[in-house]
Design a protein around this ligand. Structure first.
Ligand code: GLN
Length: 478
């Protein structure tokens, strides 16, 4: 059986018309993905037993005439910072190289309840810290569009898997841009929902006040369907919101006439010309669909990177303290005292970026510096949120680039952390404000590198974001 890259609807049609069974589809998908993985290294490991067991359940339901669920038979790749019961979850770190979690993340649980098939776990930057996937302890991922380039990060493996067609959809995690930026680099759709929309239960904590789980997909509709499945209140995450979850996919009417869009001045000045041109062309397309576009200002944008790298590292330094050689798998073998054991374990197992962030975060939280750095950064975060709140009094959605440049070459920025941090300049603001934001493909550079357009909306208004992205996607030929 040869399977074309399918959509969620395509899988459903194939199953219900008995063109293939879920078991056949999963078996073929696993064979295909294992073969393709040699090119990109998108997956760290596969979960064939679990995939085939879930597929058999879907087939049984269909045979009994029951509704098999909105993700019936749909293959899903899961970023390896999201825990999966009985399946290794490494967070791209040597520290957790052999860690087998005893429970499932809520998002994973909901995917399987909806009939989804867990293919395996995808590579990522260590503890989701990075923008290129090069911080993984298990080697980088290659961008399927151009294999000498990075797929973006930190959800690079999930974006590459979806772009390569080895999963229909994937889960990523986003703290400062890690879903949108790799989606943009690999030419797929990536969604960061409102903070609190999707439970973080089972998402390994990096910076808890910024961490989100969200979908990656080859179409807006598929990303909307997946979000509909994983979203909603979860008593196991105190920050998860009780807000009702609309049927996002059903709301994709294609009609965006009269929608007011804001183009932030601060986001359009530093673009390399090709990315800038593609975004502006995208804006023209949105105008031709009947949207009203006006320039807006988000004046605190300039301070976003500085504030993010204080808040995120502060929270990371605290969250990563649990990896002490006692509670999780890796422990250094050669220590005489307890404190040596802590030191050696952390020294040997954390990569350079994690160490950098632990040190920076500990510094900004230390007595005497807390007010000058951490507190100040929180105030700036407040200003950024206020900028968006003001903008959304005039407009329904904001349109911006995702990244200042397309996928860069492997190795190009690894030695310059600051240059790497600057790739998040347009994604970090939305994360700090906790508003929904997504990347939708908006064309390719002359070299054939994908560029994503970012759409941001009010808290809990994913509906408008999806409607706009879907209407735009309908105008694009891929
Ligand atoms: N690149 C950013 C960082 O390194 C964002 C990471 C993320 O969103 N997980 O912090």
């Amino acid at each position: 059986m040869k399977i074309p890259p399918l959509t969620i609807d395509g899988v459903r049609e194939g199953l219900l018309s008995r063109q293939f069974s879920a078991t056949e589809l999963a078996g073929e998908a696993l064979r295909f993905a294992e073969g393709e993985n040699a090119t990109t290294g998108a997956y760290l490991h596969f979960s064939p037993e679990r995939a085939l067991a879930a597929a058999r359940q879907v087939d049984d339901k269909i045979a009994r005439g029951e509704e098999p669920g909105p993700l019936a038979g749909v293959t899903v790749a899961v970023k390896d910072v999201i825990v999966t019961k009985g399946i290794r979850t490494t967070c791209g770190s040597k520290l957790l190289a052999h860690f087998i979690p005893p429970y499932d993340a809520t998002a994973v649980e909901r995917i399987e309840q909806a009939g989804g098939i867990l293919m395996g776990k995808t590579n990522c930057d260590e503890f989701a810290m990075g923008s290129s996937n090069e911080n993984s302890a298990f080697g980088p991922v290659r961008n399927p569009v151009a294999t000498d380039r990075v797929p973006g990060g930190s959800s690079g493996g999930s974006a590459a898997a979806v772009a390569q067609g080895t999963a229909v959809v994937a889960l990523g995690s986003d703290t400062g841009g890690s879903i949108r930026q790799p989606a943009s680099f690999c030419g797929v759709v990536g969604v960061t929902p409102t903070y609190g929309r999707v439970s973080r239960y089972g998402l390994t904590a990096f910076a808890s006040s910024l961490d989100h789980i969200g979908p990656l997909a080859r179409s807006v509709k598929d990303s909307a369907t997946l979000l509909g499945v994983i979203a909603g209140h979860d008593p196991r995450d105190a920050t998860s919101a009780a807000a009702p979850v609309p049927d996002y996919a059903a709301e994709l009417t294609g009609d965006v006439k009269g929608l007011k869009l804001g183009l932030p001045r601060e986001y359009l000045k530093d673009l390399t010309s090709e990315t800038g041109r593609l975004i502006l062309k995208g804006v023209d397309t949105l105008k031709s669909l009947g949207c009203e576009v006006r320039e807006i200002s988000l004046p605190a944008t300039d301070y976003a990177i500085a504030s993010y790298y204080i808040i995120a590292t502060a929270e990371a330094s605290s969250n990563l303290a649990r990896y002490d050689g006692v509670r999780y798998t890796f422990r250094s073998g050669s220590s005489e005292t307890l404190s040596d054991m802590y030191r050696n374990t952390r020294g040997e197992a954390f990569g350079a970026e994690c160490k950098r962030r632990i040190m920076l975060g500990t510094y900004v939280l230390s007595a005497g510096y807390y007010d000058a750095y951490y507190l100040k950064a929180q105030k700036v975060r407040g200003l950024i949120a206020r900028d968006f709140a003001n903008a959304f009094q005039q407009v329904d959605a904001i349109v911006a680039p995702v990244s200042p440049f397309p996928a860069f070459k492997l190795g190009e920025k690894v030695d310059d952390p600051l240059a790497m941090y600057l790739s998040d300049i347009f994604t970090i603001t939305g994360s700090l404000a906790g508003i929904p934001c997504m990347s939708v493909p908006c064309g390719k550079t002359a070299e054939g590198l994908p560029v994503g357009m970012q759409i941001l909306t009010r808290h809990f208004d994913e509906s408008t974001m999806f409607r706009l992205a879907d209407a735009f996607e309908r105008t694009q030929t891929r």
